[in-house]
Design a protein around this ligand. Structure first.
Ligand SMILES: Nc1ncnc2c1ncn2[C@@H]1O[C@H](COP(=O)(O)OP(=O)(O)OP(=O)(O)O)[C@@H](O)[C@H]1O
Length: 247
């Protein structure tokens, strides 16, 4: 059993009488790629917001690398890099200029920022785009730069929210390989929130199936593979077409 870097204990969020996240208990190990899978409104984003310390739980706790996200949100933000679905850049600046800007905001000295920016451009496969303004980037290039922008802060955990939406199939495949490589080579813990079963199946080590604020199932992808099952078999066991839950 590796070190637990994300520990959710009976995590609950209510909006008035509505329960968006319902007593979630979950431990995620260092270096794991963990998928948050579930239909719209399942509670994935609310759970992520509580991990980031941006929303307070109604009850229960979130600990990130042993730090409580609710009481110590600033410390937690240093540990987590968050890539939203649509990342914003300064469009009239190049990729490296955008990365250096982020590095400066995070207190990284100029010389180191420049070196790291160039290293990361290479690592995310944008070494041929050094002089291009980000306003002219394709969607896939923007997501790659988004990943570099998250990594320049040296996070221990990265949270990717629907990171492949709008990218073509070849771009998706490359992005998935990049995520796997980062997790394997750098021991980075990755949370991958998505509706895409096929992508979650390809990239994740374990998957949590969310519905109506609850964690319905925890799926170990290696075990699933051994049993020659597909993630869709499990998903369809819980949901009918259109996201309705089986009784
Ligand atoms: N600020 C809020 N006030 C009231 N209800 C909210 C608020 N934020 C989220 N909810 C509700 O909580 C539930 C869970 O939403 P959440 O965004 O966490 O789901 P999700 O799984 O991330 O869905 P999606 O895949 O569509 O992003 C939804 O029913 C949503 O309408």
């Amino acid at each position: 059993m590796g070190e637990q870097v994300i520990v959710l204990t009976d995590l609950t969020k209510q909006y008035g009488n509505f329960t968006a996240v319902d007593h979630i208990r979950l431990n995620i190990r260092k270096g794991e790629i963990f998928g948050l899978l579930g239909p719209n409104g399942a509670g994935k984003s609310t759970t992520i917001l509580m991990m980031l310390g941006l929303t307070e739980p109604t009850s229960g706790t979130v600990e990130i690398c042993g730090i409580n996200s609710t009481t110590h949100p600033i410390e937690v933000k240093r540990k987590i890099g968050y890539l939203p679905e649509d990342v914003g850049f300064y469009d009239d600046m190049t990729g490296p200029e955008n990365l250096i800007y982020t590095a400066r905001l995070n207190g990284i000295a100029d010389k180191e920022a420049k070196t790291k920016a160039m290293e990361l451009m290479k690592r995310v496969g944008l070494e041929d785009q050094l002089a291009k303004k980000t306003g002219k980037y394709s969607r896939g290039m923007r997501q790659r730069l988004g990943l570099a922008d998250v990594l320049i802060k040296n996070p221990e955990i990265i949270i990717l929210d629907e990171p492949t939406s709008g990218i073509d199939p070849a771009g998706v495949q490359e992005f998935i390989e990049l995520i796997r490589w980062l997790s394997k080579e750098e021991g980075l813990t990755v949370l991958f929130s998505s509706h895409h079963l096929d992508q979650v199946q390809k990239v994740c080590d374990r998957v949590g199936l969310f519905s109506n604020g609850q964690l319905l199932a925890l799926i170990d992808m290696a075990e699933l593979k051994d049993k020659k099952q597909e993630l869709s078999d499990i998903y369809n066991h819980y949901f009918e077409e259109g996201g309705e839950r089986h009784e």
